[in-house]
Design a protein around this ligand. Structure first.
Ligand code: UDP
Ligand code: GLC
Ligand code: MN
Length: 349
């Protein structure tokens, strides 16, 4: 068995995540596996919705102590979601179900697109609602990692707020920031250090800070529309391939860590359940992984060859600047880490 459950104390407390479909399940599995790797003593719980396939549920049961079926809560608030350019996120209100887990005294919710890089059990010493600042608007907390206390009363109040007032971003983060509005101004102990929810895109928005403090990162959050499982990974060269033209590519080191965990701990489980065909001899592991990434999870046929990387038209420096300001830097090309470093060095000199 690739992933071993570690049982210890603190069992009335749990890490909690959410997956409403088989793609996000891959993220949840990597997160769960990373928590186990760093020997958490707390339980692991995943909330799923009926769209998650039966086989994937079985795999989740191998990694998580509890796999709990909940119904989808959706804001259906397309106007507000459009402002965020993420219409699919209305469904994240399903996250609110985490307050119903009253079998636990305290929990830490973590998005399925996060993974831990060390043990973070010390977060259970914090109180509701503790969270790290959102990189886009630091007076709001980011709802990808937060400490909370399950309570049916809170759950009902949140649903009531969602129904009566809606959410300013059409999704859970807007609602939770309205509900826990004193977070920004009252109690610093509820401000988690940024290293507990380091958005992989922040690496580029404040590179010197990342260079100074990035090594202390405890939780990486692959925030944004392109998730680790949307990329393909060449296990021989340990590098990403395909879709490299995606301008929102995250820091490759973190992405590689996600893929290393996936390859070592999750792929063998998917093979064991026949979700991915084992030993498709002509197909190397990377291509099998590509099948996982891009096809339905029951994909058994060899995947099609990757399309050649598209040749992008050269951008004027003004266009480049505009793209950069819109958060669409060409991280693998002109705006690569090396080039940014060279530029910074010229300023420093
Ligand atoms: N989520 C999900 N299915 C979806 C979208 C989101 O299960 O279709 C869950 C998942 O746990 C995810 C969280 O909601 O991590 C928040 O969404 P996401 O991480 O995509 O938002 P971001 O952090 O990129 O803003
Ligand atoms: C944020 C958070 C995510 C949340 C989304 C919608 O970007 O990272 O957890 O679901 O906003 O509110
Ligand atoms: Mn997220």
């Amino acid at each position: 068995m690739a992933v071993l459950k570690y049982r210890g104390q603190g069992k009335d407390q749990s890490f909690v995540t959410l997956a409403t479909n088989d793609s996000y399940v891959k993220g949840a599995l990597v997160l769960g596996s990373s928590l186990q790797h760093y020997r958490t003593t707390r339980k692991l719980t995943v909330l799923i919705t009926p769209q998650v396939s039966d086989l994937m549920r079985k795999v989740l049961e191998r990694v998580f102590d509890e796999v709990i079926l909940v119904n989808i809560l959706d804001s259906g608030d397309s106007a507000h979601l459009a402002l965020m350019r993420r219409p699919e996120l209305g469904i994240t209100l399903t996250k609110l179900h985490c307050w119903e887990l009253t079998q636990y005294s305290k929990c830490i919710f973590m998005d399925a697109d996060t993974m831990v890089l060390s043990n973070i059990d010390e977060l259970f010493e914090r109180e509701e609602l503790s969270a790290a600042p959102d990189p886009g608007w630091p007076d709001c907390f980011n709802s990808g990692v937060f400490v909370y206390r399950p309570s049916i009363e809170t759950y009902n109040q949140l649903l009531q707020l969602a129904t009566e007032k809606g959410s300013f971003d059409g999704a859970d983060q807007g609602l939770l920031n309205t509900f826990f509005s004193s977070w920004a101004t009252t109690d610093m102990s509820k401000h988690l250090p940024f290293i507990y929810n380091l958005s992989s895109t922040s690496v580029y928005s404040y590179l010197p800070a990342f260079k100074a403090f990035g090594a202390n990162t405890k939780v990486v959050h692959f925030l944004g529309s392109t998730k680790p499982w949307n990329y393909t990974y060449d296990s021989r060269t340990k590098s990403l391939k395909g879709e490299m033209h995606d301008s929102k590519i995250v820091h490759p080191e973190f992405l590689n860590m996600w893929w290393d965990t996936y390859m070592a701990n999750i792929l063998p489980l998917l093979e064991e359940y026949g979700i991915i065909k084992e030993n498709t001899t002509a197909v190397n592991t990377a291509e099998v992984t590509e099948a996982v990434s891009h096809m339905s999870v029951s994909a058994a046929a060899p995947p099609p060859p990757s399309p050649p990387a598209p040749v992008l038209p050269a951008l004027s420096s003004l266009e480049r600047k505009q793209r950069w300001e819109q958060g669409q830097a060409d991280y693998m090309g002109l705006d690569s880490f090396d080039n940014i470093k060279k530029k910074l060095d010229t300023y420093l000199q």
